[in-house]
Design a protein around this ligand. Structure first.
Ligand code: PHE
Length: 498
């Protein structure tokens, strides 16, 4: 992914965002050109039981069936989920009340008492729900097998919580209790006209301290009937929000042909929705950060006294909203990308049978915010079962993580010739390393690259940094892993070792 971006020489800002962010959004993706098959619609449903049965796939014997959380799927030539990734689908970090990600999820749910709250929708979703229903172009890079984990051609591991927008709107419209009854707060929200979805999402990506192939997002969807908007406007109050004094908002964005309003909407409707959305989000973020700072002060952590949280809005593009923005907040001296958001494409609402309603939506990554709130320095720690990590947190509290000693890293290089005439995707290498080394692989970096002037062959050298979060690793152990990585690279990626 990164090397692809480097070659395309995208702006420094874009590059920085891709590297920094575990709240990765599709806005920072570069469109590549590949051909894909259109996918058939099929709904993924929630299941109360979240036990995993694992039928794993490996290079030697590729099973024709995969089991994910109780559902069985036929594998095909699109299948690229790996055993390591399938293992993660049953971890349910959001359901462990003392886990930082679950604590953050609860804080956000509390800020939206009139929305339905979902946090147990399984990650196996249809290609249709994840991409087609949201208007992703057939050649959008997000659809490629090098970016997304496919179960088979028609099913994948959701890459974002927006995958549930159409499905939940439809369920509300039809009164489909099989979905509605899974809302945590039951009848609190009128038939999914407003809802939040917190869930694990999966994207193939590089390996470093802020990227992990599984992360968590929170989706927010809020719709209004056109009549309701008139009523609210007449009463001159915004329904979800009141202006918060701690948000200093910088917003120079304008709705223009670059970031246009949809022809189905009046200027008045868009102005109403935008104001409601931006105020709601400003307030949510300020509330959470204020709580975090207060918690730190109570704990005697006086280094953090920030009481104001400047917010800035930046134009963005998503296939399923228009106009669209990204929201950033200045927290501890750093602009933090909080989320992508915008006015929902009217087609999604009309596909759900809600022709008389309009709405806004946001989606943001929980890890990046949780890393800051809880002082967690490495994204892998969220997956740690070491009590020295897990015992530091308690439900409803924002404690600052105290590092346990860092164990010495063990770097190993691997140099090889790229397959001649064949394809090489960096993310295939990342998954191969994850499958063999698991979370011992702390980082993988391209350190050298050249093309031989005579033979035209291209060489790459990657440095794999092996390091455990909870123990010392031995050279013998790492050498053995490295040998397996090298062997599998030859077998599975068709490269030639140098
Ligand atoms: N789903 C988008 C992403 O992951 C974020 C988003 C959600 C943007 C809702 C707009 C509205 O990139």
């Amino acid at each position: 992914m990164l090397s692809q971006i480097r070659q395309k020489a995208v702006s420094a800002r874009l590059l920085q965002r891709c590297m920094l962010n575990s709240g990765r959004t599709y806005v920072s993706r570069v469109v590549a050109h590949a051909r894909f098959q259109p996918a058939k619609p099929s709904l993924s449903i929630q299941r109360a039981s979240l036990s995993t049965t694992r039928t794993l796939r490996n290079a030697a014997s590729e099973p024709s069936k995969l089991q994910i959380l109780g559902s069985t799927y036929a594998a095909d030539n699109w299948t690229n989920v790996t055993p390591t990734i399938l293992d993660k689908t049953g971890r349910n970090l959001l359901h462990q009340p003392a886990h930082p990600l679950a604590i953050l999820k609860e804080l956000i749910f509390k800020e939206f008492p009139t929305f339905a709250h979902y946090d147990a929708i399984t990650p196996d979703v249809s290609t249709y729900n994840n991409f087609d229903s949201l208007g992703f172009a057939q050649d959008h890079i997000g659809r490629s097998r090098s970016d997304t984990y496919y179960i088979n051609e028609n099913m994948l591991l959701r890459t974002h919580t927006s995958a549930h927008q159409l499905q939940l709107l439809k369920a509300g419209k039809k009164g489909d209790r099989s979905l509605l009854d899974h809302a945590r707060n039951g009848s609190a929200a009128p038939m999914n006209e407003r809802f939040l979805v917190a869930a694990d999402v999966y994207r193939r990506d590089e390996i470093d301290a802020s990227h992990y192939p599984v992360f968590h997002q929170m989706e927010g969807v809020c719709t209004f009937s056109r009549a309701e908007i008139q009523k609210i406007k007449a009463a001159a109050s915004s329904p979800n929000s009141s202006t918060s004094s701690a948000a200093q908002v910088s917003d120079t964005t304008v709705i223009s042909s670059e970031n246009p309003k949809q022809p189905e909407h009046t200027d008045e409707e868009v102005a109403f929705l935008v104001e409601d959305m931006k105020q709601t989000m400003n307030n949510m973020v300020v509330q959470i950060l204020t709580k975090a700072v207060a918690a730190k002060r109570t704990a005697g952590n006086a280094d953090n006294t920030q009481t104001e949280f400047p917010v800035r809005w930046i134009d963005a593009t998503f296939p399923f909203t228009s106009p669209s923005w990204e929201m950033e907040v200045l927290f501890q001296g750093e602009w933090l990308e909080i989320c992508g958001c915008g006015i929902m494409k009217q087609k999604i609402l009309s596909d759900a049978g809600m022709t008389d309603r309009v709405g806004w939506a946001f989606g943001f990554g929980l890890e990046r915010l949780a890393m800051l709130l809880f002082g967690v320095p490495d994204i892998r720690l969220f997956w740690s079962t070491d009590p020295r990590f897990t015992d530091q947190f308690a439900p409803g509290q924002i404690n600052t993580f105290k590092s346990f000693s860092r164990h010495p890293p063990c770097p190993k290089d691997v140099s090889f010739w790229l397959p001649q005439g064949g394809e090489f995707h960096e993310n295939d290498l990342m998954d191969l390393i994850r499958d063999i080394a698991g979370d011992l692989a702390e980082g993988v970096k391209l350190v050298d690259e050249f093309t031989h002037p005579k033979t035209g062959k291209s060489s790459r050298c990657y440095r794999i940094n092996y390091c455990s979060m909870d123990r010392n690793v031995t050279h013998e152990e790492i050498n053995e892993i490295q040998e397996r990585v090298r062997g599998q690279m030859v077998q599975r990626l068709g490269i030639t070792l140098r």
